[in-house]
Write a protein that binds this ligand. Structure first.
Ligand SMILES: Cc1ncc(COP(=O)(O)O)c(C=O)c1O
Length: 408
């Protein structure tokens, strides 16, 4: 399929068959104090997109710029849509749903991006993929590479918590701790691919990460019988998932398959609110410090912040900030009231909906279709329950002890 790249900032079009990362002119302006510039958007051929409208059988892969080889060895997609019986009633939202990307192979949404990066690598006959990540992106890339037999070089700040790296080590990635920050690891991974070759999968830096993530929107469209929700809540840190969600709907619109892009809501922790702040002020200044317990969305300089802010406005959506206490409460509520076990970052999206609930009901009514993206499994971060959840003590193995336990 034909595609070109468009700079998100200066809108210059780049036409190349080589792997392409950033608009060189805008990326040269980056000085580390404000949100990065120069990220590019993959633009699919318009005529191709319009032909899709007439196709009877559509799949997510019809919208992807590279063919996915052997999709069954790393099955990404078709994640369930859960319609929560109890929570829907409790909040008066009749058409509430959760998109469970926590069930993807490595346990997070990031598998969507990693699948397309594998396709990109194989298309360009590369066998090595490098990236910087302290968490889900690294785990997803390592998982995918294990499935396809490719090599992953993962740069991490030396302070990255061991439990977050464990998955990547287990999948067989070469993990390289760097004495420095995440930004240092990011820069070193780029220096690595510049010198050693291979594909760089840094989030937002490689536009195929956002392009892969768009699959969730196309999948929703297909699962909902060629329909889309009215509002989608997206947990947001760097703003890549948010941009991917927008891009999927935007491709559907360009193909003439939907009329309107849903309202997209960027859900952020108040302790890591760079994108929400930028959306309110239109100033793209990095945070001095981000401190949310929802570590997957803890971001000071959002790698895709400018594009995310643009897409909040273009979808006529908004950004909602919630406290960490609301996030952790939402996490427990999802487990107890809906049987959904997700990590704090994912719970942030539900916490944001809870906080917006009255406004949503007032503005749109109880029948509005609201979809919340649950992006990561709760098993990713069990330490978050330390001191919050107690496992009951054992009773003696006797009928007497059992009777006592239940006051029978
Ligand atoms: C589980 C989960 N949810 C949400 C996010 C936020 O995505 P983004 O940083 O693209 O905004 C991430 C990013 O790592 C994540 O791992």
């Amino acid at each position: 399929m034909k595609f070109v790249y468009e700079c998100n900032d200066c809108h210059e079009i780049y036409e190349t068959k080589q792997v392409f990362y950033q608009c060189p002119k805008c990326a040269a302006l980056n000085d580390g104090t404000s949100f990065a510039q120069g990220n590019v958007i993959v633009k699919l051929d318009e005529h191709y997109l319009q032909k899709l409208k007439r196709r009877k059988n559509l799949s997510v892969t019809d919208f992807l710029p590279y063919e996915i080889p052997h999709p069954d060895c790393y099955p990404v997609g078709n994640t369930p849509i859960v319609k929560p019986l109890r929570l829907g009633k409790q909040y008066g939202l009749r058409n509430l749903s959760f998109k469970m990307d926590s069930v993807l192979p490595s346990g997070s949404f990031k598998d969507r991006a990693s699948q397309l990066i594998i396709a990109q690598a194989l298309h360009h006959k590369e066998t090595r993929i490098a990236l910087a990540s302290t968490g889900n992106a690294g785990a997803a890339m390592s998982c995918a590479a294990a499935a396809y037999g490719l090599e992953v070089i993962l740069f991490v700040p030396e302070t990255a918590p061991a439990n977050k790296l464990m998955q990547s080590v287990l999948y067989g990635a070469t993990v390289v701790p760097v004495a420095g920050s995440y930004d240092d690891a990011f820069a070193l991974s780029i220096a690595y691919t510049n010198e050693a070759g291979g594909i760089n999968r840094n989030t937002a830096y490689n536009p195929m990460t956002i392009e892969g993530k768009k699959g969730v929107s196309i999948e929703l469209f297909l699962q909902m019988g060629r329909n889309v929700p009215d509002i989608v809540y997206v947990p947001t840190g760097d703003g890549c998932i948010f941009a991917g969600v927008y891009k999927g709907f935007s491709d559907l619109k360009d193909a003439g398959l939907i009329k309107n892009i849903p309202l997209l809501v960027a859900a952020q922790s108040r302790e890591s609110n760079a994108i929400a702040r930028a959306w309110q002020t239109q100033e793209f200044t990095n945070l001095a410090e981000a401190t949310t317990r929802a570590d997957s969305i803890n971001v000071e300089s959002p790698a895709n912040g400018r594009m995310a802010v643009r897409y909040i406005s273009e979808s006529q959506g908004w950004a909602t900030e919630v406290d960490d206490s609301e996030i952790l409460e939402a996490q427990l509520e999802l487990a107890r009231e809906a049987g959904l076990f997700v990590e704090p970052a994912a719970a942030c999206a539900f916490a944001a909906l809870k906080s917006d609930r009255q406004m949503v009901l007032d503005r749109f009514g109880e029948h509005f279709e609201v979809c919340v993206l649950l992006t990561g499994t709760g098993f990713k971060d069990m330490a978050v329950f330390d001191g919050r959840i107690q496992i009951p003590e054992a009773i003696e193995n006797s009928a007497e002890a059992m009777r006592q336990r239940f006051a029978l």
